[in-house]
Design a protein. Sequence first.
Length: 209
Amino acid sequence: MKNFRRKYYDAFSKYYDRFVALHSRDTQGGLRKFLSSKIPVKEGDSVLDMCTGTGILLLYLQQRVGPKGFVTGIDFSRGMLEVCKMKTRAYSNIEILESDVAYLPFKDNSFDAVTCSHAFYELKGETRERMLKETVRVLKPGKSFLMMEHDLPENPVIRTLLYIRLLSMGAKRALDTLKHEKETLENYFKFVEKLETRTGRSKVMVCRN
């Protein structure tokens, strides 16, 4: 199943940016900028972006931490990472790694913030639970995990496109996660807050211990 998912994302990498922009009404990348603006980091900090995909968020994170900071993006899809590398190759303080989010190759307390954008719903139950455990492990004490995800769209055509995508990954599991995300996050973090975005198509969950 993992090989199928990897091949799916390798192929989807060619259309991913356009799909997310269509669903979220965010053709100019404002949502990623909004997410990065909510991350409590300063210049010189280190940030991990999990399931980084095509790396849409990485350039905004790099701006937040500055040239003395460091940004790491991980994903298990080589197709996604190839697109990501093309976007970020001009920046020496952005590192791209192929990795499973359930088994992060980092020491405890390594990052000042961890992010995940439009990927959490598609993780299987066991992988999702391990990903959250790993997130807590690699975060420095008191630091934040910020997750941006879709809200269900009102437009029936776009909602159908989202359902088709979720169906390919296991629709019932993804929709169940959407309905119970706050409870799931509260199993790992003491503080969980939902922030609405300006488009209303996505939201940001802010979590910390």
